[in-house]
Design a protein around this ligand. Structure first.
Ligand SMILES: *Cc1c(COP(=O)(O)O)cnc(C)c1O
Length: 406
């Protein structure tokens, strides 16, 4: 800790004492939770200690800190927890980023160079596609989108000598198709690609992506780990042999998060398992009710036996979360969609998901390989409320929608 300045050689003036007082860190009590460190400056007792810490961080010893951007004990604790839980089944480390989107863009910047190619599932989260088509394209990185249902041979055909990254998301955002991740990562490994997956939907409570053979998993902590719609953060968990290159990129770009936000994620994490089990049962109850509505063509939820890849779901996941979509009959036009979304009272209308509250929003689907041809998709996040109340609320929305049909 800091040098002992409790016995200054002369009596200090008030201005100096205001700066100097009450800064000694003595562990007087042990609390159930870690303290929050808020830090830019980190103090050293000697120049030798400063130099040694600097050398250690340059050599990749990420538990040492010369400065707040390199981390504090609060952020290190969260990184350790992620490496252990998201990285289950492999030797991993984890870095944290200021948003889930940054947990997509930073590793892509770290592992792709100009002239290289990435293979990306056509069903990914929209902003991941924006980054590929925007900044990566400008840096002369080519992205080839593929049908999420691609088989291993089809994937192998897309791999060229300059292909570096395979990017997966299972189930896909909005449309909830599953990928045979173990089969696809096996092809990638064989051909020297790094395989990445967005594990937002299932989270480590219901999926263990490193057992599927991925090299890197990203998690928007904003969603289920935070769980309360009050904090933004993302995590990149990665096999230890790939860690130095990721960590260098994080340090060179100045990516870091504050102690207060890291602490909120640590707090959310403690209850993530129980919350997700409630999201799961509530979402299934609402999904079954939606299946019985005449205006609903289909419900896109991998845990329903009607989902075309339900067998894959049972093989790879130990449960399902609160997020799914339903497709309205094509005869429901814009006025009907508007009446449905605005006719409910309790569901919030807004982006994001993973918090305690239920949300509803029409999905905006963008595809490269095959345009989306069905009716309007409505995506819902089912929160922790009473499922009967949620169904009654949706019923009011459906009534409002029926009224527009005249
Ligand atoms: C929300 C989301 C993200 C990004 O998380 P933010 O913290 O909101 O930036 C990434 N992937 C998926 C699938 C998401 O739904």
């Amino acid at each position: 800790m800091t040098a002992d300045r409790s016995h200054p050689s002369r009596e200090l003036q008030t201005a100096s004492r205001l700066v100097d007082t009450a800064r000694r860190f003595e562990e007087r009590i042990q609390t159930a939770n870690l303290p929050v460190y808020r830090a830019s400056t980190v103090l050293f007792d000697s120049l030798d200690e400063a130099a040694a810490t600097g050398q250690a961080t340059m050599a990749g010893e990420w538990h040492r800190s010369t400065y707040g951007t390199a981390g504090t004990p609060t952020t290190f604790a969260l990184m350790d927890a992620l490496a252990e839980i998201e990285g289950a089944g492999a030797d991993c480390r984890a870095a944290i980023m200021p948003s889930g989107l940054a947990a997509i863009t930073v590793p892509l910047l770290a592992f792709l160079s100009p002239g290289e190619r990435m293979l990306m599932s056509d069903s990914v989260y929209g902003p991941a596609r924006n980054f590929a088509e925007g900044m990566l394209a400008r840096m002369n990185v080519e992205t080839v989108f593929f049908d999420p249902a691609i088989d291993p041979a089809g994937l192998a055909d897309l791999i060229t000598d300059n292909t570096r990254v395979l990017y997966l998301e299972s189930p896909g955002s909005y449309t909830f198709e599953l990928q045979d991740v173990p089969a696809l990562t096996a092809v990638a490994r064989d051909r020297g690609l790094i395989s990445m997956i967005d594990n937002a939907w299932a989270s480590p409570v219901f999926a263990r992506p490193f057992e599927w053979g991925v090299d890197l998993s990203l998690l928007p902590l904003t969603k289920y780990w935070g769980g309360h719609s009050d904090v933004l953060m993302g995590a990149v968990t990665i096999r230890t042999e790939l860690w130095p290159r990721l960590w260098q990129a994080v340090r060179q770009l100045g990516i870091c998060v504050g102690g207060d936000d890291a602490w909120l994620i640590l707090r959310g994490m403690r209850t993530a398992d129980v919350r997700m089990r409630r999201h799961e049962t509530n979402a299934l109850a609402v999904a079954r009710w939606l299946q019985s509505q005449p205006e609903v063509e289909r419900v896109l939820h991998p845990a329903l036996p009607e989902h075309p890849q339900h067998e894959l779901f049972k093989r790879d996941f130990s449960g399902s979360s609160g997020l799914f979509s339903f497709e309205l009959s094509p005869r429901i036009g814009r006025a009907g969609v508007k009446a449905l979304c605005e006719g409910r009272q309790h569901f919030g209308m807004g982006y994001s998901w993973g918090g305690f509250e239920s949300l509803i929003m029409p999905a905006n689907i963008r595809r490269t390989v095959q345009p989306w041809e069905g009716g309007t998709l409505i995506r819902v996040h089912i929160g922790l409320e009473d499922p009967g109340d949620l169904i009654a609320d949706l019923e009011a929305g459906f009534e409002a929608m029926r009224a527009t049909a005249g």
